[in-house]
Design a protein around this ligand. Structure first.
Ligand SMILES: Nc1nc2c([nH]c(=O)n2[C@H]2C[C@H](O)[C@@H](COP(=O)(O)OP(=O)(O)OP(=O)(O)O)O2)c(=O)[nH]1
Length: 188
């Protein structure tokens, strides 16, 4: 898979064994300016329906979470709703509106939810299906101004240092991106 610096994700190659795919990804990664390459395991192909009318294919919408890094720590936010995710920790953010880029959506959501100005820096590898037609992406982001406060969707905020990433009960998808977040903290 390849992801460009706008968060657009492309299938580069398929049908390769893990080792061959990893080698190819490493080769592309070494050459690709501002592009991320990685390997994903896929289920064996199932027969595709070819008669699905266009209007039945759901449009994909993105939820963008921000790994907001500041002074070597990342911000975790505890959701207060809806019930199925309440109490769990996430990277604050929300759904992109039609016509909005992922960066714009993240910067708007962080302003609305936390009362801060932040800048989206780059997408971290990975994409997760929250439900049909809704994909989660996590972006690295930096704090430009303000002190985050839980204004809307969260009951609590915590700045986590490199040794504290496992200290909160993350939503399952967010947990998968933690190795990349740890790498961000090491860079900061
Ligand atoms: N914002 C955010 N949502 C996440 C993360 N991980 C994760 O599984 N989700 C899920 C929880 C929700 O089902 C969905 C995001 O919806 P949301 O409630 O944050 O989006 P929103 O603020 O635009 O919501 P709304 O105004 O449409 O109600 O994605 C994450 O790190 N950040």
């Amino acid at each position: 898979m390849r992801q460009d610096d706008n968060g657009n994700r492309y299938l580069v190659a398929t049908g390769l064994g893990r080792a061959e795919a990893e080698a190819l990804a490493a080769e592309f990664e070494a050459r690709g300016h501002k592009q991320l390459y990685w390997v994903e395991a896929v289920e064996p192909r199932t027969p595709q329906r070819t008669d699905t009318p266009q209007q039945e294919r759901p449009e994909v919408r993105y939820v963008v979470g921000g790994a907001l890094v500041h002074r070597g720590r990342v911000l975790a936010a505890r959701r207060n709703s809806p019930p199925e995710v309440a109490g769990y920790w996430e990277f604050p953010g929300g759904k992109a509106e039609p016509g909005e880029t992922q960066e714009q959506a993240l910067e708007r959501e962080l302003a609305e939810e936390l009362g801060i100005r932040a800048r989206a820096l780059r997408p971290l590898p990975g994409s997760w299906s929250v439900r049909a037609g809704l994909e989660l992406r996590i972006w690295a982001a930096e704090l430009l101004s303000g002190e985050p406060r839980p204004l809307a969707d969260h009951s609590e905020l915590r700045w986590l240092g490199p040794g504290e990433l496992d200290d909160v009960d993350w939503l399952a998808h967010d947990r998968e991106v933690l190795p990349h977040v740890a790498a961000l903290l090491a860079e900061d």
